[in-house]
Design a protein around this ligand. Structure first.
Ligand SMILES: [Fe+2]
Length: 229
């Protein structure tokens, strides 16, 4: 089991200094009001870093990267809810030209506050530079991952599967002993069930799941929780 805080046995990966999984090193910062997991992913020994779901606190994310000697090269979004995207605009201004990757089917949600659960005054629409779809392969920062389109929590929810490193960045699709809500715009319980079955029945049990909220888990553990394994 991948654990946080320097492998102390805790399952939480948040606020850890960095855990190595194969060549992939993951740091997690819980950001924003509801503690969304923003992940910093980089290859061991490399500076180039991927920022996943910067849901707020851009300055804190930048400080973490500076402290660890990391240089961001792309922002990846698992879906368009505000708590996963709130710092995108500020990070774009901090790092001019940094590309943003998101699912094409999530475009409306990223742009429209009535769809992305945004309920405050200031709203900065988010758009992507590279629109993704099922099966897209990404080679970024010396890492390789595949896009798995997993609708249900939102229509354009995606997971990033780092197969070599046995890591799935799952957004709000799959959590430790749970899964994402489906009552928000474009959510679908039927689609989520299909997406979960796909993940749990096709990925190896030892794949580590990095969820959008809360502690990490594995495909095998969640499979047993759902009575599928
Ligand atoms: Fe969400």
């Amino acid at each position: 089991m991948f654990s946080g805080a320097g492998d102390t046995g805790s399952l939480s990966i948040c606020n850890m200094k960095g855990n190595r999984m194969g060549k992939l090193v993951v740091s997690c910062i819980a950001v924003g009001e509801i503690g969304t997991n923003c992940y910093l992913l980089h290859a061991e020994g490399a500076e180039e870093t991927l920022i996943v779901d910067p849901g707020g606190e851009a300055r804190r994310i930048r400080k973490k990267m500076e402290t660890e000697g990391l240089r961001p090269v792309a922002i990846l979004l698992t879906h368009g809810h505000y708590d996963h995207t709130l710092a995108v605009g500020t990070l774009r201004r901090m790092y001019p030209g940094i590309p943003v990757y998101a699912c094409l089917d999530e475009k409306d949600i990223l742009l429209d506050p009535s769809l992305n659960a945004w309920f405050m005054d200031r709203f900065e629409p988010v758009t992507a530079d590279i629109w993704l779809k099922e099966g897209d392969e990404l080679d970024l920062a010396g890492l390789h991952c595949r896009v798995l389109q997993t609708p249900g929590h939102t229509i354009g929810s995606i997971c990033f599967y780092f197969e070599e490193d046995k890591v799935l960045v799952a957004g709000d699709t799959l959590f430790f002993t749970g899964y994402g809500r489906t009552d928000l715009p474009t959510g679908s319980a039927r689609q989520l069930k299909k997406s979960l079955e796909r993940l749990l029945l096709t990925l190896p049990g030892d794949v580590i799941v990095l969820p959008g909220h809360g502690r990490s888990t594995t495909i095998g553990f969640e499979k047993s929780v759902e009575g599928l394994g």
